[in-house]
Ligand binder design. Sequence first.
Ligand SMILES: [Cu+2]
Ligand SMILES: [Zn+2]
Length: 188
Amino acid sequence: MMFRTVIVALLATMVCFLSACSTTAPPDTPAETPAENATVQINLTGATELGQPIGTIDLQDIKYGLLLTPNLTSLKAGLHGFHVHTNPDCQAAEKDGKPVPGLAAGGHFDPGNTKTHQGPYQNGHLGDLPPLAVDDDGTATLPVLAPRLRVTDVKDRSLMVHADGDNYSDQPKPLGGGGARSACGVIS
Ligand SMILES: [Cu+2]
Ligand SMILES: [Zn+2]
């Protein structure tokens, strides 16, 4: 009986040795990043300097991704293209010798260098968000959820609201067809 116990213990040690078993979790298991929040001040864009402040967008990590809750006024009614842009800068920049509102924010946040606009549920630009819905009175309060993002991913970037909607494609117009950059805020 004693002999048998020793054999079993030896066998178990050998199996452990061969398979490198461990009593703790594998060290490469990613730690859950702590939930964060941020509030972003949003201004209308402008050709020379930023336009008027129009409210805020709250960012919050939830179980399903990044929840963005707008509290905005003074926008055109309807759906607006809404994205995380690369640079933490909402100022105008020159293109073809003319100032373009919001251009300093750069392109859609694209750490994977995909160069494709596919919206929030595919594998193109990571900064592609669901469009922002604006009521007939110009206010936006309906939250949107970006399932691939966390607050920490978008820090030191900017949030951009475009003049028109977003078809989650580069066809027939590039970048979802949102057109002009209407309102913007730096995520700090
Ligand atoms: Cu955009
Ligand atoms: Zn995009």
